[in-house]
Design a protein around this ligand. Structure first.
Ligand code: FDA
Length: 314
């Protein structure tokens, strides 16, 4: 299947540093990126979150960056989140978790080696403390499978102080049903997604229909549990199944939420919100958009055509 090869190829390219360095500097790319990324500055992220809030949607904001190999960059990322949370709070957007933040631990030092995990934990702690003061929450994004154990152990540490720290689980991993069971306890915020990295057959389903079926099994566990499921998908079938499972488990609209990415199916986001569902939009911002955008391209060939056409016409 050529589309599978293209997807795999794009996911390999998403980790290519040479191509990243060229494209991130090209102004042409920047304009194309705008559909999926709020902009480069804190102000741009706050503005987009404010617009979403006005239209009845919540948000979680991601300062772009990943796989940091430089301790100074990890500190810079922590400071960016602290600045962002300050600006959001000042704009009146953080009460009751209206706008929260999503962190990639690899951007905070997890990938540094040595005491990298400890550095990432300390930076995440600093961010959680500021979020707590602002009245909002933090969710730890999940990256490739080599980081899952480390990320879940940092999650457990953080939850001792801040039980509202959110986890992300990926239905493509074989291990995830078990992780769902372990994380379905009272108050546990869990974002369920399909998973977006190139993973080997030894740890992850390769077939889309298997990933989708696993997603439903995981949803059943989370919806029947005591936690707070965050249903992160654009897949119309899975959105419908999530609604049915919530109803079957007697869940009120405020006991779970739907999540989608900025720029993807915005009309569906508005439709769900208008029905009284909670909808949260994931807003990436910053200038390190390459890895994020390449993963979105891998998910949908029409996005790639859009990107290539813009490159060709500039
Ligand atoms: P999939 O890509 O299979 O698409 C299913 C269907 O959705 C399509 O057939 C189409 O109908 C519709 N659709 C998809 N894209 C569309 C578009 N552009 N326009 C119109 N329709 C479209 N991953 C990860 O590994 N770690 C993480 O921490 C996160 N975090 C995260 C947060 C949030 C809020 C979301 C929404 C997603 C993530 N992800 C993630 C990404 C996730 O794992 C996954 O790669 C993408 O969401 C794409 O998968 P879908 O579930 O949308 O299904």
């Amino acid at each position: 299947d050529p589309s599978v090869w293209m997807k795999q190829g794009l996911l390999v390219l998403s980790r290519n540093h040479q191509l990243r360095d060229v494209l991130e500097k090209a102004p042409v790319s920047r304009s194309v990126v705008r559909r999926f990324v709020a902009g480069e500055s804190t102000d741009a992220a706050v503005e987009v979150a404010g617009e979403l809030h006005t239209s009845g949607r919540m948000a979680t904001i991601d300062f772009l960056g990943e796989d940091t190999l430089d301790p100074a960059q990890a500190t810079y990322t922590r400071d960016a989140y602290v600045t962002l949370l300050g600006a959001l709070s000042e704009a009146g957007l953080t009460q009751d978790g209206t706008v929260e933040v999503s962190l990639k631990l690899s951007a905070l030092g997890q990938a540094l080696g040595g005491d990298g995990e400890q550095i990432a934990l300390e930076h995440a702690r600093a961010i959680c403390q500021v979020a707590a003061n602002a009245g909002t929450t933090v969710t730890l994004d999940m990256e490739d499978h080599t980081t899952t154990d480390s990320t879940l152990s940092i999650l457990r540490e953080l939850r001792q102080d801040w039980p509202w720290v959110g986890a992300v689980l990926q239905s493509y991993l074989y291990r995830t049903e078990q992780d769902c069971r372990e994380l379905a306890g009272e108050g546990s915020r869990v974002r369920l997604c399909k998973g977006t990295y190139k993973e080997p057959q030894s740890v992850a389903y390769q077939d889309k229909s298997e990933v989708d079926k696993a997603y439903v099994r995981c949803l059943k566990i989370l919806m029947s549990g005591q936690g707070y499921p965050m249903v992160a998908t654009h897949d119309p079938r899975l959105v419908e199944i999530a609604g049915m499972l919530a109803a079957a488990n007697g869940r009120a609209a405020d006991s779970f939420e739907y999540q989608m990415l900025l720029g993807i199916r915005p009309e569906e986001q508005r439709r769900l919100a208008a029905q009284g569902e909670q909808v949260r939009v994931y807003i990436p911002y910053g200038d390190e958009w390459y890895g994020y955008l390449m993963r979105r391209m891998a998910e949908r060939p029409s996005n790639l055509r859009f990107f290539l056409r813009a490159l060709a016409t500039k």
